[in-house]
Ligand binder design. Structure first.
Ligand code: CMP
Length: 138
């Protein structure tokens, strides 16, 4: 069944000029890009987005990194989008990511890992709403 998920091309990938290459992998895997924008997050916006990780030791580093340059938040749609994007991204730590995955191809470390993808339906709904209004998604 058609499903929406949320993704971010992170500041490391944007800085390296990998945005278009990552979007090509995503589109070739059958995802439709319903909405995409380029923004620079404030620290407060990054903290709000990652609030589920607020007690983690890496929270400050993560939210500082996510404000370090432009990002491309986007909403993607396909059958089984949430699980299929997680598979296409590969493991959070690129050292553990399988060949052909986005993180194997483009990520440098567990922090500079090129892309975010929602991990469940409820987080996808929160994350889509954090960045996009319904009328922006077509
Ligand atoms: P993301 O999918 O955006 O969601 C939470 C992020 O926290 C994750 O990607 C990683 O980039 C980051 N993260 C997870 N574990 C660690 C860690 N041990 N050290 C630094 N960052 C981490």
């Amino acid at each position: 069944m058609s499903q929406r998920t949320f993704s971010i091309i992170k500041p490391d990938a944007v800085r390296k000029g990998d945005t278009a290459a990552i979007l090509a992998v995503i589109e070739k895997a059958g995802f439709k890009i319903l909405g995409i924008k380029k923004i620079v997050l404030s620290k407060a916006q990054a903290e709000g987005f990652y609030h589920v990780h607020s007690a983690r030791p890496f929270f400050n580093d993560l939210t500082t990194f996510m404000t370090s340059g432009p990002i491309f938040p986007m909403v993607l749609e396909k059958d089984n989008a949430i699980a299929d994007l997680r598979k296409l991204m590969g493991a959070t730590n690129p050292a553990n990511a399988e060949d052909g995955t986005i993180r194997k191809l483009f990520a440098a470390s567990i922090e500079e890992n090129a892309i975010h993808g929602s991990d469940a339906e409820d987080t996808a709904a929160f994350e889509i709403g954090y960045f996009f209004a319904g009328y922006e998604l077509k």
